[in-house]
Ligand binder design. Sequence first.
Ligand code: SF4
Ligand code: SF4
Length: 410
Amino acid sequence: MITSLRGYRTEDRRALSLREPILTLPASGTLVVPLPGAEEGTARLVRPGDKLAAGQRLSLPRRSAPAHAPAAGVAEEIEFREMAVCGPVWTVRLRTGGERRASPLRPLPDRPEDEDVLRAAADAGIFDEMTGRPLFQELYRLRRLGAGLLLACAVEDDPWCSSACAVLREDPEKVERGLRLAAVACGGAQIGAAVSTRREEAALRRARPGLRVEVAGRRYPARAFLLRRLRAAGVSAGLIGPQALCALADAADGLPQTSGVITVSGDGVKAPRNVRAANGTPARALLEACGVSEDVSLVYAGPAWRGSALTDPDAPLPLHARCLTAMLHAERRRQSACIGCGRCGRVCPQGILPWQIHESLRGEKVEPYLLLNVQSCIGCAACTAVCPSGLPLSAEVSRAAAIRKSGDFL
Ligand code: SF4
Ligand code: SF4
């Protein structure tokens, strides 16, 4: 009988993009800004041809957070479209230009109450990059759950993504300021940070000696394991993205959230790094800033198990995208193409682990006991469809089934 699950270890490729500090990209000529929750016409506050000031409110949705113009310019088009990471959403196509700035939002009082913080998080249009939900909703949820500990979460399950880590490393003081405000909104919870490794723990302890630090490790799903460990110790904890916490600290000064930090990485990127980009920046601008290879065959936005494969290099990215990964074609790599995202295993209706079959078939000798359950494959190809590395998993599982049937393991 299984008594506990330990997860599986993902390859850690974050060091590549953490070598350089966060690069701030100037606003592109065209931004496509998502307006989440603005399905009703009255929730959209702009019309084609409107001149917009930087920071101007673009929407007033009832069940989401408002969007603000990341730069001054002219609204060219209001369009309902599919957007990476967001799904189908209303958007404003903004041609940027000019210096006009909107008046700041209402800043927080010196001693804010819980409702003040929730109002500021909602007004500033902050999204928690860890969940993709508006921060004020996340804070309400944590308050309802009675979270006694709020952790700034720099634990990344995606092997390439390092944006949360980079934000916490570059501005731990601002993250802590945001945490203190979030704790007010959650009824006075304790605060701390969650990191992946002991080395990150030591660095954070040096930067913020008084801050509680939890180490989650690198086994997927590390965040779930951390919450389980804390629950077993009697601590009900909530995780919030460092970017959202920095944005909450800015909201206290009346600034809306209009940009996000995105890790541009993958083996198809020559100079992987973290880039701060305006909401709605096209993927191409980020990729070109980091030197994308001409041989790249697959680009996906967002962490591997939640993100979307892009079919258009000009696809715009929302501020909570977190990572943009460009991969070379599998055959061009010397090592395994599998990035350990686990998507294939999760979509398989038969409970097969296609990544494990892929690994088993790579060796000179095929171990029969590793070809688990391959006979039950129904050939639906769901695993092939979701694999961000473009591996022909369905064909490999079918080959494994043939090998197993024939007994030809060598
Ligand atoms: S093709 Fe086979 S291994 Fe792949 S998802 Fe379908 S049943 Fe699972
Ligand atoms: S085989 Fe593809 S989908 Fe499966 S874990 Fe590897 S990269 Fe992810």
